[in-house]
Design a protein around this ligand. Structure first.
Ligand code: ADP
Ligand code: ZN
Length: 531
């Protein structure tokens, strides 16, 4: 890597002022841009909102030729290109939404050297016709956006990204810059390897988002909890509420609207027109809430999203970080709020157990879920947990801007409670014919004569009613934490509770189990707590 020459630096800075109207580069932008302008390859890991776009837009403007941007976000290309054109940048895109004439116009502009930036979807780029077109014109830089899509284990895997290694072979002299906001070490390695960029310089920005306050609360009546959170702290603010299913997206948007919070749904089951309308309302209006499945948000550039709420547990810490990262891109105080419950864990385990994919895939998915659980159940600073997950050393052990820092959870000796649960599981396990989940275990411990308890004579078990000292919510908390600590596991398609290798140490009184106390909260009906 060469140092940025004075001429290049002033070109880049001049472009930053003149075209984008900004005073100074942020963080590593200057170093990255200098490296790429000088012809070097770069792998850039920067959190959402960190300013990745300028890292390729400025080299594209400074170097002769057209910067080719590979992006999976077809729906956003028109917006991105419009925004650039408004700044006077000669930008175009080619994707499946265009008709023949539109595409021909863009091709002609590219060949005539009249484009600074050309956005392409990966499935278009790999076509021989597109590669041929690019060969006939002049490319200044290849930018591979959302580069984690090349990672096969990732949740955004796009097979078409695998063919992008051809770029380095066909255009060895054109610098390539791969960018992502997903940054585990494994993903990082995979990007470098699969895109064929062994000599790339790596730029890793801090993943800390100090203006985002992280909070995770036990789920009781999630929609009501969400409403209270919004009314108390984010009245009139724009935000995103993530739900796992389309049904709960619809129900939540409706519930919020009925209760005075303007909200619209967004999920893949809505027709394209409705989705586009809701998205553009969100971008243009001040205080709209979008209730969405994860289909919403990738690449959305709205700086003043004040909160991101999760009503269901994300599948991985990467997903959680990326989704919460959509809050507070303007640097102002924002909240990442999540309600999480035992049912989330059981549900996701079941999905993994029943889902597609081979054994290795299931194990990976399980490990992702475990890391997410550990974040939820920690009694330590959430921010430092997050940063350490991404391989970064936190600046302080306690950030002062997450729920566990703001009100440190009390812990208690849950060894006896854990033994009660494990002993019940042992007894149910003897009835091999029948599978029982957490609900039945808790009913037995609490001495409830439900139809299902009576049907299986579970009121005859010696453990029946030995857990009347704790509330249902507390029991659910205990089960959740045992799951997070791998002292118990969920198996099969019915969410059966089973022992783990570690369970024996608890049953044998060889270890103490420290649990965090459930935050006190209003009593809720039993059906609500099962939501
Ligand atoms: P990312 O792609 O990393 O999520 P963007 O490139 O969309 O982030 O940038 C996030 C926001 O920060 C945008 O609104 C962008 O205009 C702004 N921004 C980026 N770099 C600078 C800078 N050097 N000075 C001021 N604003 C910047
Ligand atoms: Zn903290």
């Amino acid at each position: 890597a060469t140092a940025m020459t004075t001429a290049v630096r002033s070109d880049a800075l001049e472009t930053l002022h003149r075209v984008f109207g900004y005073d100074a580069f942020r963080g590593e932008q200057e170093a990255i841009i200098g490296h790429v302008v000088d012809g070097g390859d770069a792998v850039v890991l920067m959190p959402t909102g960190g300013g990745k776009s300028l890292c390729y837009q400025i080299p594209a403007l400074v170097r002769p030729g057209t910067g080719v941007v590979v992006s999976p976000l077809i729906a956003l290309m028109q917006d991105q290109v419009d925004a650039l054109r408004a700044l006077g940048v000669r930008a175009g895109f080619m994707n499946s939404t265009q008709d023949f004439d539109e595409r021909r116009t863009v091709e002609a502009e590219f060949l005539a050297g009249e484009l600074d930036l050309l956005y392409l979807a990966p499935e278009r780029l790999r076509l021989d016709s597109t590669l041929g077109l690019l060969s006939r014109g002049k490319v200044s830089v290849f930018a591979i956006d959302e580069a984690h899509c090349v990672a096969q284990w990732g949740h955004d895997f796009r097979p078409d990204y695998l063919s992008l290694s051809v770029l380095g072979q066909r255009w060895p002299d054109v610098p390539r810059i791969a960018l992502t906001a997903t940054a585990t070490h494994a993903t990082h390695q995979e990007i470098t390897q699969r895109l064929g960029m062994p000599d790339a310089k790596h730029f890793v920005a801090s993943f800390d988002r100090p203006n985002i306050q992280y909070r995770i609360v036990p789920k009781a009546d999630p929609k009501k909890q969400l409403l209270a959170f919004l009314k108390q702290e984010h009245e009139g603010d724009a935000g995103i509420v993530y739900c796992l299913s389309r049904k709960s997206v619809e129900a939540t948007a409706e519930f919020l609207s009925r209760n005075g919070v303007e909200a619209v749904p967004y999920h893949a089951g809505l027709d394209a027109g409705t989705r586009a309308a809701h998205q553009s309302r969100f971008l243009r209006e001040e205080g709209l809430v979008v209730c969405a499945t994860i289909a919403f948000g990738m690449g959305i550039d709205k700086p003043d999203v004040r909160f991101v709420a999760h009503l269901d547990l994300p599948k991985s810490v990467e997903g959680y970080y990326q989704e919460t990262g959509r809050a507070g891109r303007d640097g102002l105080a924002s909240t990442a709020w999540m309600a999480y419950g035992l049912q989330d864990v059981v549900q996701q385990r079941k999905l993994i157990n029943m889902g597609e994919g081979d054994e290795a895939f299931r194990r990976r998915a399980g490990a992702h879920l475990d890391a997410m659980l550990a974040l939820c159940e920690t009694a330590q600073c959430r921010r430092s947990q997050l940063l350490m997950y991404f391989g970064q050393e936190p600046q302080t052990a306690a950030c002062g801007n997450c729920d566990t820092c703001l009100s440190p959870p009390e812990t208690w000796d849950g060894t006896v409670a854990a033994q009660k649960i494990l002993s019940t599981v042992v007894r149910l396990d003897r009835e091999r014919r029948q599978k029982f989940g957490a609900g039945q275990v808790i009913d037995i411990l609490m001495g409830r004569r439900t139809a299902k308890v009576i049907q299986f004579d579970h009121d005859q078990l010696s453990v029946f009613g030995i857990g009347e000292d704790l509330s249902e919510a507390e029991w659910r908390g205990v089960v959740r934490q045992l799951l997070a600590q791998s002292l118990i596991a969920v198996e099969g398609e019915y969410g059966t509770l089973v022992l783990t290798e570690e369970s024996g140490t608890v049953l044998g009184r060889q270890r103490e189990v420290r649990l965090r106390k459930e935050a006190p909260r209003p009593a809720t009906s039993r059906s609500a707590s099962r939501d």
